[in-house]
Unconditional design. Structure first.
Length: 302
């Protein structure tokens, strides 16, 4: 392998790191699983998987998220150099100019794809792209509102599928509320993890403005509020065997709050951040437990 090839591969690895390419497949899987098991109870799985408009919707969502990671990386470069020096070294192999070029190219593709769906999709994704830019450029530096907007932007792709199928049942909103709370908790823990860089770059996050103890108290409050959607999903709504996940995730949150109480440095908060990621990704794969018979029928046909 010659030098130019190696450098090109390093550039690809850098861009993969910038767009957090390891997250995109999980988001795509989550959207399709949610469409099959939560949002579209009246359609057969095969019909959903072969729905071309849904495919375009998922692609547009995934590309928008990728471009969002790029613009977020662009604005956060000085802070990330303090908080994540090793990742920043890899990310800096791609110039800021190239990042912006890729960012605008991806957003152009998103609008073109949205035009193939409907004019409403064009408006939706244009607003989504603008909101991500506004968050990355300005709003993320403010306490509370920055966390809330980041959380809302994270669940927006699922909101797009909700509008596509027009499924407004209570179970959908219970799922959304629980995911919203988990993501909000993750954002606050991430702020605790990134406290040194946020302080240096004047990001007015909850830990910076109100202190670490207040930020922990907010996490305790949000964890307590998760009992509301947990009760609805386990006792009121029919979620099949997925209630096993909700029991386990509630215990995982109890462990998280216990570890958070004693957390004092970046390593502790990083562990909590990754632990919550496991809980969220586990929820994605647990969606199939709502109707596991769907896969047993497919398996018997093979």
């Amino acid at each position: 392998m010659n030098r130019k090839t190696k450098w090109f591969l390093w550039k690809l690895a850098s861009m993969f790191s910038v767009i957090r390419g390891y997250n995109i497949p999980v988001i795509i899987l989550a959207q399709y699983l949610a469409a099959i098991f939560i949002f579209s109870e009246e359609h057969a799985p095969k019909k959903i998987l072969l729905d071309f408009h849904l495919f375009l919707l998922v692609v547009a969502s995934s590309l928008t998220i990728a471009s969002g990671y790029i613009i977020n990386n662009f604005y956060d470069a000085p802070k990330d150099w303090i908080n994540r020096p090793k990742k920043s070294m890899l990310d800096r192999l791609v110039s800021q100019k190239t990042k912006l070029y890729v960012y605008f190219t991806i957003n152009f593709l998103v609008v073109m794809i949205a035009m193939a769906i409907s004019w409403r999709a064009v408006l939706f994704f244009s607003a989504y792209i603008f909101s991500i830019w506004l968050y990355s450029h300005k709003i993320k530096k403010y306490p509370i509102v920055g966390n809330i907007l980041a959380t809302l932007l994270a669940i927006t792709p699922f909101f797009a599928i909700l509008l596509y199928y027009k499924n407004f049942y209570g179970v959908v909103f219970a799922h959304a509320f629980y995911l919203f709370l988990l993501l909000w908790i993750k954002e606050i823990i991430k702020d605790l993890e990134n406290l040194p860089g946020d302080l240096t770059q004047n990001y007015r996050t909850i830990p910076v403005v109100y202190g670490e103890n207040k930020a922990k108290q907010v996490v305790y409050l949000l964890t307590t509020i998760t009992l509301i959607p947990l009760y609805l999903l386990i006792e009121v709504e029919d979620v099949g065997y997925m209630d096993l996940y909700f029991y386990l995730s509630s215990m995982a949150l109890m462990l998280l709050t216990y570890r958070l109480y004693f957390a004092k440095d970046k390593a502790h908060y990083l562990w909590l951040h990754n632990w919550l990621k496991v809980v969220i990704v586990g929820g994605v794969f647990s969606i199939i437990l709502i109707k596991p018979e769907v896969f047993s029928i497919w398996w018997n046909r093979i």
